[in-house]
Design a protein around this ligand. Sequence first.
Ligand code: 8X3
Length: 256
Amino acid sequence: MNSVALITGASSGIGQATARLFAMKGVRKLILCARRRDRLEALSAELSAYKELVVVPIAFDIRDHSAVSTALEPFQRDLDEVDVLINNAGLAKGFGSVHEGNLSDWETMIDTNVKGLLYITRIIAPRMVARRSGHIINVCSTAGKEVYPGGNVYCATKFAVDALTKALRQDLYTYGVRVGQVAPGHVEETEFALTRFDGNAERANIYSDFQPLKAKDVAEIICFMVSRPPHVNIQDVLVMSSQQASPSLIHRSGRS
Ligand code: 8X3
């Protein structure tokens, strides 16, 4: 994989696992974006073990359009080179009914999961169109396929991601730019549950009685998608652990 990849939400979970796997697979340059500079720098230091790899860590809050533009401004030449964009940044906040919902949580999810994805895509996609090549992978969710009680706004943002993947595919396929998504169910080794339950470790303890996917499982799928020959576009991969059959059907029979 002699490519240049940009990954959002690279400081943890699926983004971090994808960065590690891409590094191992020999990508030429990794542009790692996330909010937390210290974590990005730690990951960059770890990946500096790959001598041929150039790592460009860029810290910004994807929810803030002007922060996105300002942070990316000095990196125009790196951005011009991006062959693979992984729109991974996303989160869930809250797990209640709409009539009791928290507006600030809604805004955080909509701004990150939908608007943030659009801001980055609007910057990278025209460069891919100009080069007539590139590959965009969005990280969707089973929550983008089916709603479940308490999921409401999070599900709505992931339904939006699902729609944007389809729309981008239609917009870009005649320009040689591939578009696809992976829609995972429960994934451990991420901050998903802790963020959803506002740092409450007890409530976030939702993986103790079944084996969910691991971040690396999803990274491997992303890696497979982007390493297909140029005539192959994998548009959508819905993936859950063996013990999960839908967002709310989980066989809590113990961990493997
Ligand atoms: C993560 C999966 O089911 O908690 O997107 O929404 S779920």
